[in-house]
Design a protein around this ligand. Structure first.
Ligand code: GUN
Length: 287
């Protein structure tokens, strides 16, 4: 008999549940004469960024959510970018604003993001929203989508978080830092590990819940995983024309109790949580 049943934490059933809820909320908003609308900006022509934003537009359409997409050439001035954001801030028909990251080199990312109206910051990357997430007794208006999606995934698969050792691999603004904060709020004991961490495999082996967000293909090997751990793979690495996660799935699955696949794990949930944040933003405009 298996030591433990293995759970493949697929994103699609989690997303289906989130979308069911959102569909009825969009219908409810329609009764108030409101169609949620997302404005997105891509600067430059990075194919991955363009593909992600196209995916966001498609998901929005499937839910009856409008979207407006602007693609600015690399080299567009920071003032021009900020002026576009200001126009969206002032437009009451737009409920959420997203600037796809990373921006090309040379732009001051935080300076751009802090121009997004707090009430329309559906990515949750504004320093006031990130700051509120980090402060006890405060609530951000929005929390970043990928970490929120992972929390939904853990809940869906009945993963107990309270009191567990959680290790987050990676310290990005988009995933690592907000992920650690959300796990801490859920009463995990949290470690953020990164490229300078001494004896990284030993730190990872402490984890009951290991979240890999380092952007290196198959970085997490079986010898870095504790028997029975829950492993969440946030990596999207392209290798020989296919997508590979940050976790060496084929070897880790024999050790872990649960692993999220790539593709088909966390990916679908990032967009789902963006839609969730957007619908919430639209609902807040109803008196
Ligand atoms: N780049 C990678 N993930 C994200 C995200 O969730 N939002 C934005 N704006 N850019 C990203």
């Amino acid at each position: 008999m298996d030591r433990h049943a293995f759970v493949l934490m697929e994103g699609k059933p989690v997303r289906a549940k989130i979308y069911d809820d959102l569909k009825s909320r969009v219908t409810e908003l329609a009764r108030e004469g409101i169609t949620p609308k997302l404005a997105t900006m891509v600067v430059g022509d990075d194919p991955a960024s363009l593909a992600y934003v196209r995916g966001k537009g498609k998901s929005a359409a499937r839910l009856g959510i409008d979207s407006d997409q602007v693609n600015l050439a690399e080299g567009t001035s920071q003032e021009e970018i900020i002026s576009r954001i200001d126009t969206w801030n002032a437009d009451s028909g737009i409920h959420g604003i997203l600037v796809q990251l990373p921006l090309p080199h040379g732009y001051d990312e935080p300076a751009i993001l802090e121009n997004i109206s707090l009430t329309k910051d559906v990515d949750g990357f504004h320093k006031a929203n990130m700051g509120a997430l980090a402060m006890k007794g405060m609530e951000p208006l929005f929390a970043p989508c990928t970490p929120r999606g992972i929390m939904e995934m853990l809940r869906f698969y009945n993963i107990n978080i309270q009191g567990k050792e959680a290790v987050v691999l990676g310290r990005s603004n988009i995933v690592g830092i907000p992920m650690a904060l959300l796990l801490m709020h859920a009463n995990a004991t949290v470690t953020i590990a990164h490229s300078r961490t001494a004896d990284l495999p030993a730190v990872c082996r402490r984890a009951d819940i290991l979240v890999a967000a380092v952007g290196r293909a198959e970085f997490v090997r079986a010898d870095m995983v504790k028997e029975g751990a829950v492993v969440v793979d946030v990596g999207i690495n392209r290798r020989e024309g296919r997508l590979v996660g940050d976790v060496a799935f084929e070897e880790v699955k024999h050790k872990a109790a649960a692993v999220s696949p790539v593709p088909g794990g966390v990916g679908p949930l990032t967009v789902a949580m963006l839609m969730s944040n957007l619908v919430e933003a639209a609902e807040r405009t109803v008196a």
